[in-house]
Ligand binder design. Sequence first.
Ligand code: ZN
Length: 432
Amino acid sequence: MASRTNQWALVGCALLCVAALPWVDSARLSAAEGQPQPSVAVANFPVASAARLAGDANQTRFILDLDRTVTFRAVTLADPYRVVIDVPQVNFQLPAGTGSGRGLVKAFRYGLVMPGGSRIVFDLTGPAKIANSYVLEAANGQPARLVLELEEIDRAAFLQALAPENRPELRPAIADAPPATIPVAPVAAPSKPAVPADGRPVVVIDPGHGGIDNGTQSSGESEKNLVLAFGLALRDRLEKTGKYRVVMTRDDDTFIPLNDRVKVARNLKAALFVSIHADALPRAEGDAQGATIYTLSDKASDAEAERLADAENRADAIAGFNLAEEPTDVADILIDLTQRETRTFSNRFARLLMGEMKSTVRMHKHPLKSAGFRVLKAPDVPSVLVEIGYVSNKGDLEHLVSEGWRSRAVGSMAQGIDAFLAKQMATAGPAN
Ligand code: ZN
C-alpha cells in the first residue's frame, strides 16, 4: 500500500532532518519525499523489538527490548494521568497490536515526537508513581532492556510528586527541539525571517497528527499517513501554479504540537491555513460518510462537531504534552477585531471550498460546520479544517487510499484556494 512505502521513506526523511536543520524549508525535503531511502539509514537508530507489561493494579512493570542501551527520561503527567518516557530516536519494530494495557496501564503508544526524539506515552488507569526506571545492558542472552516500574498511589501523593521541586525540568527534550517557526535557521534565511522570501501569498498546509499521534485508525490505515499523503499532493498541486509559496507544518512523520502549527501560519503571515484530517465514527455510533469543512466557533454547530473538536484538540495530550504548561500566546483583547474579520474570511473560504469540492468529493450531509478547534485559532490567518472523509466508512476509506481520488480531490481544493485568494488579492491590491 502506498502509505506503507511512504512510512519507510518518511523514516529516512526524519534522519535527514537530524542531519540537516529541521524546519528550514518545506522545499528542502521535496526531493527526498516519495523515494525509497537506503535501509542503512534506518539501521542507525536503536531498534526496539518487543514491549510487554506485567503485574497488576498495584504494581505494573513495563519492559522494552532494545538492540542497545539508550538514555531516557521518565516523567508523570496529570489530567489525564500519564507516564511519558523520552528516548533518542528509536526504530520501533514492535509486533502489530502492541500497546494494549495491563494493571495500572490502560494503553500505551510510541513513536517520533520530533526529529531525533521518540517517546512512549502510557495512559494510566489512575494515579501511580514511577517506583523505578532503568536500562539494563544486554547480558546472558537477553537483549538490552528499558524497564519502568509503576506503583499505585493516591491523587494527593501523585500531585505532590508533580510539584516542581520533585521533578527535573519536565520536557527538556522538547524544549531543545528547534522551534516550529519555519525560517529561523540562520543558514537558510539570513534576512528577516517572518517575511516570505517573495511577494507571493503563503498557504500553510497542516496535515494533522504525526509521529506518536496516529490520529484515527481503521483497517490498518492511520489518519496521520493518509492526511500527510493528501497534504503533500495538495502542496505539489499548488506549487505547480507558481502563484503561492506553500509551507507544510509537517512533511514527515513527526509530531507537531497544536500551538506550533498555528505559529507557523502566524509567523509567515500566511494568507490561508488549511488543516487536513480524516474522521472516524466509533462503531457504536453507526456510520457516517463524506468530507466536512470546519471553521472556528466558540460554540459547536452540533454535537458531532463538538465531539470531533474535542478529539482533535486532544492531540497534545496523546503525544504526552503537559497541557498546563502550553503557553497561550493568543490571548489579547486587541485581537478581537482582527479575529472577527478573519472569521468572515474563513467562512467565505469554507463556502468556496465546498462549492469546488462537491464536484469531485462525496460530501457529508452537513458539509459546513464549526467548533472550537485549537488549530484554527490564529486570529489573523483565515483557517479551515477539512475532514476529507471517514476512515471508519468503507467507501470513504477506499477513496482515501486511492491516488486517483486524491488527485481529483486535491485538484478541487486547489481550485477553491485559487478562487479565494484571487478575490483576496484583488481586494488587497498589489501591495499584498
Ligand atoms: Zn484528526
